[in-house]
Ligand binder design. Structure first.
Ligand SMILES: [Fe+2]
Ligand SMILES: [Fe+2]
Length: 199
């Protein structure tokens, strides 16, 4: 399948202009970051195009389809089904779009919560999703430039900001995100967050 055909199929699957336009920006940003950091740009672009295939599913559909596909649904995911769109998206990428490349599927799976172990490609897609130009938070351009210079520092800054936002709103942090924060050496986690990430 060529890229134009892929884009048309993704657009039809998403069935929403807003989400499709975000997807295209993520794919472009992932391509640019991958080229900058010596990751595989075609894999990055493909993962970017396919990363949000389940993003518009209802909570009920996320849970039902995850269970139907045999995904283990963790307690946090049961309480916050939206995070399942990443792992379910990888299943759809494989089943409906024929993607078999484990590196691409890993990047799709980790794009929302990040994870304790992340390849450069995983980081590229996570950062492209977080820092694409449609995002409106104040630090976006600064963090993009940082990520272009240094992928690890980009991850540290972006993860720390995301965790800070969630904590500031009194929202819980997904265990894989806390594990990522520890893996990337982000300081300043509270004891409560550190305990949560250890479970
Ligand atoms: Fe997403
Ligand atoms: Fe996204």
């Amino acid at each position: 399948m060529n890229y134009g055909d892929l884009a048309r199929r993704v657009r039809a699957h998403l069935n929403q202009d807003h989400r499709y336009e975000h997807t295209v920006r993520v794919a472009r940003c992932a391509d640019v970051l991958a080229q900058r950091h010596g990751a595989d740009a075609s894999r990055a672009r493909l993962a970017g195009m396919l990363h949000d295939l389940a993003r518009l599913y209802s909570d009920r559909r996320l849970l039902e389809e995850s269970q139907a596909h045999g995904l283990h649904v963790a307690a946090f995911e049961r309480e916050h089904p939206i995070v399942l769109h990443a792992r379910l998206g990888a299943v759809i990428a494989a089943e409906t779009f024929g993607v078999r490349d484990p590196q691409v599927l890993s990047a799709i799976e980790k794009h929302t919560t990040a994870a304790a172990v992340m390849s450069p490609l995983d980081c590229v897609v996570y950062l492209a999703d977080s820092l694409e130009p449609g995002r409106t938070f104040a630090e976006r351009a600064e963090f993009w430039e940082l990520s272009m210079r240094d992928l690890r520092e980009g991850m540290r800054a972006t993860l720390a900001l995301s965790i800070g936002h969630l904590t500031g709103q009194g929202r819980p942090i997904a265990p894989p995100t806390l594990a990522a924060a520890h893996a990337f050496g982000i300081l300043g986690l509270s004891d409560k967050e550190a305990r949560a990430s250890a479970t």
